[in-house]
Design a protein around this ligand. Structure first.
Ligand code: AMP
Length: 466
């Protein structure tokens, strides 16, 4: 069986000490739906045992029946939304994972990706462990269950000191909820309060929905234990230089969220302003590729003194095109998702803003669409540097072979997407826009410099464009 399935892009949410814990977790997951649309699940605790409901599908579909919440009793719950690509999108990999072991029951929800998963798995199997899923998350459960330590906290610390990579984790036992963030702090995780209950969420937008107060972010390397006596914070893991993921700002997080100390919308707008300074072009209007390009397009238009228009209208009932696993479906996806507003585009010199180019498929379709709608010129501006390297820490990116900028120059990409001009935000411009002084962000997808080493990267093979 193929094992190594990174958990990839996911969202997690948990609440402790509220009579409607499962209902609130449902709402929290609803706000985090953008972090994963493939499957979702909730595990609750009534103080004596854990109950679970999980399935493939969107949050509103999986939890579409009020009856379900009767089967999720208790004042504590954790939940998970999961995104995965082709291959292992199967029920057994839906999270939270729940198991019974010598000390009772435990459930875990994970956002991120462990880089030494296969090595530990081989070791555990040699000692007789049997794995039920193809997710790296299950390794943490095995390490915890086989730990020689006594208390739950010590077992978790023991397990986490063995794994390397990106993780934001939520554990739930009969009586406790534990949150943990890896020492690099790759993925965001925040702590909130709703009355007397503690809330943990991948992004602050989930706190807003349930009207919980944002307290603070969970620090890199911090483990937070919540039980009936309140909250205890531990920092037992070896300190390393933080490396929060800059791509969360570029694309992944919701613009209304505060992550890594900043509002995502403001940061994206600044990317746009900086992009306008770096890649000026004579034009009539600026349009975003909705939704991810909107804040950067606003920033670009303001800085360039050009009108901002919605030249492409998005059908909001279609999932992100990237989710479709097959190239053939992806081609189709762009068309069903976006439609041009002809009267806005006709005879105009148009600047089109998107957050990133991955394979180039979307940009190529969009340029064609905008030109067919009557635009005189189409200038593409991307609010991040070329994405030339895959992410091993929890963002779903294709292999180097499929990343267009890993093997093509900007001019070659411009030709491929048939734009009149193409400009990417520079790495310096990106960092300057995030502007938090000394935070050393992970920007491995742009620079190839990985904060945690991973098995040797293959040289990028040539991607056939034409
Ligand atoms: P592509 O057609 O492969 O070049 O995809 C580019 C589009 O995918 C852009 O519009 C981005 O907003 C979006 N995108 C970038 N990174 C991701 C990701 N990791 N997951 C889903 N969509 C993404």
């Amino acid at each position: 069986m193929k094992f190594y399935r990174p958990t990839e892009e996911c969202g997690i949410f948990g609440i402790f000490g509220h009579p409607e814990a499962a209902n609130l977790t449902y709402l929290g997951l609803y706000a985090l739906q953008h972090r994963g649309q493939e499957s979702c699940g909730i595990v609750s605790s009534d103080g004596r045992s854990l109950s679970a409901h999980k399935s493939m599908g969107l949050v509103a579909d999986v939890f579409g029946n009020q009856e379900i919440f009767r089967s999720l009793p208790g004042p504590a719950a954790i939940g998970h939304v999961r995104y995965s690509t082709t291959g292992d999108s199967v029920y057994k990999n839906v999270q939270p994972i729940m198991v019974d072991y010598s000390r009772g029951s435990i459930a875990v929800a994970h956002n991120g990706n462990l880089v030494n998963a296969q090595i530990i798995k081989d070791e555990l199997e040699a000692w007789g462990s049997i794995f039920q899923t193809t997710m790296d998350t299950e390794i943490i459960i095995h390490l915890l269950a086989t730990s020689k330590q006594n208390s739950l906290e010590d077992r978790i610390v023991d397990a986490l000191s063995r794994v390397k990579g990106a993780y934001c984790l939520l554990f739930l036992t009969e009586t406790r909820m534990v949150a943990a963030r890896d020492p690099h702090g790759f993925r965001p995780l925040c702590l909130g309060k709703l009355g007397d209950s503690w809330v943990v969420a991948s992004e602050s937008c989930a706190l807003d929905l349930i009207e919980a107060e944002f307290i603070r972010e969970i620090e890199p390397g911090e483990i937070v234990v919540i039980d009936k006596n309140g909250l205890t914070s531990l920092s037992p893991l070896k300190k390393v230089e933080p490396a929060p993921c800059i791509f969360e700002f570029v694309y992944f997080a919701r613009p209304d969220s505060y992550i890594f100390g900043q509002n995502v919308y403001e940061v994206r707008k600044e990317f746009g302003r900086q992009l306008a300074r770096e890649h000026h072009v004579e034009a009539d209007i600026v349009i975003p590729v909705p939704d991810s390009g909107v804040p950067a397009a606003l920033g670009y238009a303001q800085e360039a003194g050009l009108p901002f228009e919605l030249g492409l209208i998005r059908n909001h009932y279609v999932g992100r095109t990237f989710i479709e696993p097959q190239q053939s479906i992806r081609h189709f996806g762009v068309k069903i998702k976006l439609n041009p507003v002809r009267d806005i585009l006709k005879d105009k010199r148009v600047v089109v803003i998107d957050d990133s180019i991955v394979r180039g498929t979307t940009s190529r379709k969009i340029v064609k669409m905008v030109r067919n709608a009557g635009a005189k010129e189409v200038h593409v501006r991307i609010s991040s540097p070329p994405t030339s390297y895959p992410c091993y820490y929890g963002i779903d990116t294709p292999t180097r072979k499929e990343l267009i900028s890993s093997s093509h120059t900007i001019e070659e990409i411009r030709k491929y997407i048939t734009a009149d001009s193409l400009g990417y935000l520079s790495e310096e411009g990106l960092l300057q826009s995030v502007g938090t002084g000394s935070t050393p962000y992970c920007k491995a997808c742009f620079s190839g410099s990985y904060p945690i080493k991973f098995p040797k990267l293959a040289a990028a093979p040539q991607l056939d464009l034409f």
